[in-house]
Ligand binder design. Structure first.
Ligand code: CP
Length: 292
């Protein structure tokens, strides 16, 4: 379904059936977002749905209203579905016990970000044709990353092999239970992989004693042209965004979408694919009819 939506989206003059006409979708974001929030909004509008934008700072949450009461009140206004981003792991799961309406997790704490993983997998499948047997290395701050967790589960379910490359302080507890290949040396990880998902170093948490310094992190775990050239490895590069330029990824690697070079950046392609994936998710969950 997402492939059909993408074809129309990138046609230059997209025109969609209003499959979600008269539906009202609440975009409930308790955390900042650029890509996820706007792509859900664009996706909903393409399908003819109305969107209600909620931001915690301008709502009654600032007066102490709970998440559960917020959802109950929105539901009482006859909202048809919720897209929730929340800093607490498990928040989306919690509100499925409050409402009977579809709830889409747009990122909960350091737990999961399912639609990001779907768009990453879609991007990889578009490029490689299949995910079966594909080797994907996830580089960086796995400990705090909801994107990493959703990608590990999704990619493995689709038959890909997943590797993690991270300082040990930024790995989750007992990573062996995840069924992944572990690397601490980035050169070895790159030599192993077909593609890399580079994670944002969560600078807001990096002060917690996880790293000696940003310079040292960048030296050992930053994806740069020099490193790729030294290993002579061509790599398809994904990053969920937002990026810390010249920390986890160099400008050249982040911005190179054409040869020559040892990498191809999919960062903006991922963003386009995010709209198509979120259209497919909304259409599936809110009762639309599948397009041809
Ligand atoms: N990838 C992602 O979730 O980006 P935003 O935080 O901008 O939504």
């Amino acid at each position: 379904m997402a492939a059909g939506f993408k074809k129309e989206l990138t046609s230059g003059d997209p025109l969609f059936e209003p499959l979600l006409k008269n539906r009202r979708i609440a975009l409930v974001f308790f955390e900042n977002s650029t890509r996820t929030r706007f792509s859900f909004e664009i996706a909903a509008r393409h399908l003819g749905a109305g969107t209600l934008n909620f931001s915690a700072s301008s709502s009654s949450v600032s007066k102490g209203e709970t998440l559960s009461d917020t959802i109950r009140n929105l539901e009482a206004m006859q909202v048809d579905g919720f897209v929730l981003r929340h800093p607490s792991s498990g928040a989306a799961d919690l509100i499925t016990t409050i409402t009977t309406k579809p709830v889409i997790n747009a990122g909960d704490g350091s737990h999961e970000h399912p639609t990001q993983a779907l768009l990453d997998m879609f991007t990889l499948r578009e490029h490689f044709g299949t995910l079966k047997g594909l080797k994907v290395i996830i580089i960086g701050d796995v400990l705090h990353s909801r994107v990493a967790r959703s990608n590990i589960y999704g990619l493995q379910a689709a038959g890909a092999e997943v590797g993690l490359c991270s300082p040990v302080t930024l790995l989750p507890f007992d990573p062996s239970r995840l069924g992944v290949t572990l690397f601490t040396d980035l050169d070895c990880a790159i030599a192993w992989a077909d593609s890399a998902i580079v994670l944002r170093l969560q600078l807001e948490r990096a002060t917690g004693g996880y790293l000696p310094s940003l310079e040292e992190y960048s030296f050992h775990y930053g994806l740069t042209d020099d490193r790729l050239e030294r290993i002579q490895k061509h790599l398809l590069v994904l990053h969920p965004g937002p990026i810390n330029r010249e920390i986890e990824i160099s400008n050249h690697v982040a911005d190179r979408i054409q040869p020559p070079g040892y990498s191809k950046s999919m960062l903006l392609e991922q963003v386009t694919n995010g709209v198509a994936i979120r259209m497919a998710v909304l259409n599936t969950l809110l009762g639309g009819i599948s397009p041809a």
